[in-house]
Design a protein around this ligand. Structure first.
Ligand code: ZN
Length: 171
């Protein structure tokens, strides 16, 4: 798989650059930021240094708050809704999510994440970072299921699995 020039990516139609203002919007008019994996690794590493093992809870809560805010704007069919969110995240560089199970009646879902940025960060700082993604999916599915949710990671690419696998269920 080869990298495409930005102009050929769907991202180009969603991204607006305002260089004279030092501003980037994705999607317009929502201001956004390009953050390298090295910068994100530095942030997560500082969290870890400051909070010790508590940093995992911090990452979970951070992911949860972001997922909850991100998903609130979406509406419609749950599967389509998740796919729209996954597509935006893929364009933004977070990795590829696949919804492999969705049980609306029992409010359970399973998501496979390939090429996760969180795993890349984990390799850089030599510490598991998927608690961020766990919290993120809990926040997203709380919006989709409209009940408080918890998320467990069943397999993790940081520990050698082919992908990270997350299970989300109502609390
Ligand atoms: Zn993982």
């Amino acid at each position: 798989m080869s990298a495409k020039p930005l102009a050929e990516s769907p991202l180009a139609s969603l991204l607006s650059a305002l260089p004279e203002r030092g501003e980037l919007q994705f999607p317009s008019p929502l201001r956004c930021l390009i953050l390298s994996e090295e910068s994100l690794a530095a942030i997560f590493d500082v969290f870890r240094e400051f909070f010790g093992e508590g940093y995992r809870s911090l990452l979970y809560n951070l992911g949860h708050a972001i997922g909850h805010r991100f998903a609130v704007e979406a509406s419609g069919d749950p599967r389509k809704r998740f796919q729209e969110l996954a597509d935006v995240d893929a364009l933004a560089g977070w990795g590829r999510y696949e919804l492999v199970e969705l049980d609306l009646e029992n409010r359970r879902a399973r998501v496979v994440v390939r090429n996760a940025l969180a795993v890349e960060i984990a390799r850089r700082i030599r510490s598991d970072c998927c608690d961020f993604t766990r919290g993120y999916f809990a926040g997203i599915f709380e919006q989709i299921f409209q009940v408080p949710c918890i998320c467990e990671e069943l397999e993790c690419a940081y520990y050698g699995s082919e992908a990270c696998v997350f299970e989300i269920r109502s609390e």
